[in-house]
Design a binder for this molecule. Sequence first.
Ligand code: SF4
Length: 657
Amino acid sequence: MLALFPILRLWRSRIYWRVYLSYFGYAGRILFVDLSTQQIRTAPLPEFFIHDFLGGYGINNRLFWEYQPPNTDPFSPQNHLILGTGPLVGTLFPGAGKVIATTKSPILATPAKLHFIDNSVAGSRRFGPMLKQAGYDHLVITGKAESPVYLHIQDEEIQICPAKDLWGDKDIYETTDYFIQRNPLAGVVSIGKGGEKLVRYALALVDYSGHLGKFGIGAVMGSKNLKAIVTYGTQGISVADPSRYLKLTRDFREIIANVPMLKNFQDMGITSGWDLQGPLVYEGSMPYRTWKKKLGPKTWKTHKFQHNLACNGCMLACRTDYYIPEGRFKGVTSFTGHHFLPARIALRLDLEDPASAIKLLDECNRAGICYFTVGGLLNWLTRTLPEIYSRDLPSYLSLTRQIISRDGIGDTLADGWYALSEKLELAPDEFSVGTGLFKGADSIQDARTTTLDPQRFTYLTNPRPHHGGTQSIYTLPKMTVKALQDDASHWGLSSEEFSRIFTPTPYYGQFNVGRYAKHAEDCMVVHNCLGTCIVYTLFGTNIIHMERLAELYSAATGISIAPATLKRIGDRIFTLYKLLNKREGWNSRDRISRIWLTPRETPDGSKLLMDYHQEHPLTEHDIEQLLDDYYNERGYDRNGIPLKSKLQDLGLLDLLK
Ligand code: SF4
């Protein structure tokens, strides 16, 4: 036995994994935890996973394909929850801290109750880096604990610990406090009462401020009796070429340090972009100028706590802590990455007082349920049945608490839009002051969009209907075609692809949004694989793109890669994600929301859906043609199903055997 000891030590050491894997940037292992049997095991990260699926989002999806039985109920113990990091996570590169969670979402995504596979993305301050420092790139959780537990991961010590003192008692912030008081350097993912009660849009919070999964990651954790996951590691993260990596990081930091809007952004986070984004998400009910005066940037400045939070090494620190300085709710503080959320919920629910919007935000955050979905559902219910449910803060708070505990009407609301639709006998898409639905989910950017930009187009095409489908310079309105071309010139596109995107389109405008969206989706996948933050892409056309990511990836891992290859891997992963959803029954052409085609009525007038440059109103026929172009660009048929030739080209055909 004694003689075996040095061998075991070698097995456990990083040297072993380096020898086995021979790539840097990765921790080199996958951790598997079965909460039913309490079995814990590790496996080496297969080398072909790295070459074909990069990391983070890509390897999560590959693992999900491998292990998840098709047609599993989201709340059954067999539903897998996979958390992944990427090869740049935890390195010095600013903001590289992403955590990706993949599971079957409990959202009722169609009236027939289909569910999509969810890939949620959140920035993390410590969780992602600490998981890697403990020695794991991915964590695969299955089963269901007999009673509430939390999972503690510290290097080789993996423990499933009782959480009965936390469950039902501590909210998300208190749960995170509990672990941080014991180890201030730990990373924490935790759920609140919403997750415990299986509210279908319950999320998990990462390190206090990262929202993981408005599509039910928190509820899936709740269904497994899993209150929290705590990570702490001591093993470090090494890169292949430290001096080159450091230079690339320094160069990038210098570029960001010289961006004129940096100071403003660091001060006010995404609120600093109000004048660009405000008109796009303005929903009406009060004139735009009044909304801006009452709930615009100046208001949030007086409700902003002194410090912002940042993800791992981030220079932007967009996580703003809002607080209530006086009055009935004095002292309440709550995080959100996005100022527009309280401003828009206030507008939607006729709350003119920012303190009311922050109070509602805090109730949702502590319970771990999506504030935006709650706001949308309460808006629908109270506008439809005002004689029963009044439109004021006490009523909203009472209904929110009913959702959290699944009492009375709260039980229906906790099941989301289609459950409420059945109860009200109304179609959500006909709710003219609502947000419209994509796959059973309200979109965080107003689905009654007045501008069909590439980001909004992906609400239609991405299996996960969310603004996280794509994000880059085109998220900003009305960039010139020249600026869009400058940006796209760094994506690793062929000249044919470039020219197809930027050919003026009679049924759209100065470029083709369908073809553009396909490539934007692939780039977004690459960011989500490597773990880099896309907020930086908003700062200019030559900030962070496939060319820079290819350089960083090569310096970090020692694997030399071209930008076009990186993007092609993004294409492969997106198509695998599409196949995962096809396996769950998503076999039809993507459906255009009727809300898109309903003019948005505001006190400032009626607004139609237009192209990105606001030159052409769009019809349903126009959008159908753009959807055909998108499928054609992807190599899919007219129902959005990947063609055999496409699967062969991407090396995915074998998966179907
Ligand atoms: S910009 Fe915001 S989301 Fe992105 S890394 Fe920085 S703090 Fe995190």
